[in-house]
Write a protein that binds this ligand. Sequence first.
Ligand SMILES: Cc1cc2nc3c(=O)[nH]c(=O)nc-3n(C[C@H](O)[C@H](O)[C@H](O)COP(=O)(O)O)c2cc1C
Ligand SMILES: C=C(O[C@@H]1CC(C(=O)O)=C[C@@H](OP(=O)(O)O)[C@H]1O)C(=O)O
Length: 390
Amino acid sequence: MPEMRYLTAGESHGPQLTVIIEGLPSQLPFSKDKIDEQLARRQKGYGRGRRMQIEKDQVQILSGVRFGKTTGAPVALVIENKDWTHWKKIMNPDPNPEDAEKRRISRPRPGHADLNGAIKYNHRDMRDVLERSSARETAARVAAGAVARQILEMCGIEIAGHVLRIGEVEAERVLDLPLSEIRRRTEESPVRCLDAQAEQKMMNLIDQAKKEGDSLGGIVEVIVEGVPIGLGSHVQWDRKLDARIAQAVVSINAFKGVEFGIGFEAAQRKGSEVHDEIMWSKERGFYRATNRLGGFEGGMTTGEPIVVRGVMKPIPTLYKPLKSVDIDSKEPFEASIERSDSCAVPAACVVMENVVAWEIAQALLEKFPSDTVDELIDNVARYRERVLEF
Ligand SMILES: Cc1cc2nc3c(=O)[nH]c(=O)nc-3n(C[C@H](O)[C@H](O)[C@H](O)COP(=O)(O)O)c2cc1C
Ligand SMILES: C=C(O[C@@H]1CC(C(=O)O)=C[C@@H](OP(=O)(O)O)[C@H]1O)C(=O)O
């Protein structure tokens, strides 16, 4: 069992999201502000719908923290759904058959979990599926990731993300920017993009898609620096850290693919143009001349920056309706909707940063099992010295 794990609970329009985190080292300075900062970042982004004007995500700490530090006990966090006040009747957990029948959803939306979930769990009301499959849940995952980030920070590991593509607009690649600069510049960009020209084109494209009742997806890149060599393991398939990051990324709602370093481009290059040659110097120890493989070999970190990209499909709920079939009448219909995001790639960038942060912090605690954060910091520092002398 991994040292650190978490579970989330909560429906999109229920009273709250809950996350329980177990296995955090004790004495970890635990900042509510830093979690709230990540939650606020996730709510922003050009192309979001009206729901984000209702929510004001902030975390409540319910257990495992006293006087600003973890105790080593499970940490329970809660994020309130402000929208719940409008949904109390619909989300009522008590038996309420009359109302339930009136408000039943029998029309599955293409691209959502609605139909598969209804068939699998035998629900005639697809709200019982869509409430949990909604990306509202990613707020809880960002809260867990924001805690992981606090561990990484203490061990000299930094993370940043940016949007590389929205629809047909691709950002020019900006090479060798310090992560602090990526964080600063993306914070100022409504689409979290480093290329000012592409940024404007992306926003225009989102406006156009919205006007046409359509939606857009894109590509997000996350970079992690300061990772020691040897997180993850080659010895068993489920201990390979690149594979675990891949799962975490594809588990984000609407994410369909993942690549590391040059990724899919490796298929068309020769081996000599892909593999990262090994170098050594007294100051740096072992390092690589290039980082085309994005920081992984054999499921373990190479010590070079982790570079991972995720692709998000366009939002499935469209104002321009798609064809579907009513599960009662079996008649075709065209879905009409009340509200939706038209593009959530910038928000998803924040989700991806935080789920990647979680996987790395978990791998760090696996390599350096520690009951207190000071032990962890010592263990990592000593290991880094040993690696330099190897
Ligand atoms: C941050 C974020 C916001 C999203 N907002 C919406 C939305 O407003 N409307 C919608 O139909 N889908 C939205 N999605 C995508 C759906 O949740 C997702 O496509 C759906 O649950 C089906 O899962 P799958 O696409 O992973 O198969 C959003 C996804 C993310 C990551
Ligand atoms: C609530 C969030 O995103 C939601 C994700 C989502 C979906 O179907 O995934 C649909 C929309 O919800 P609603 O139907 O209530 O407008 C988004 O707003 C959030 O990101 O916090």
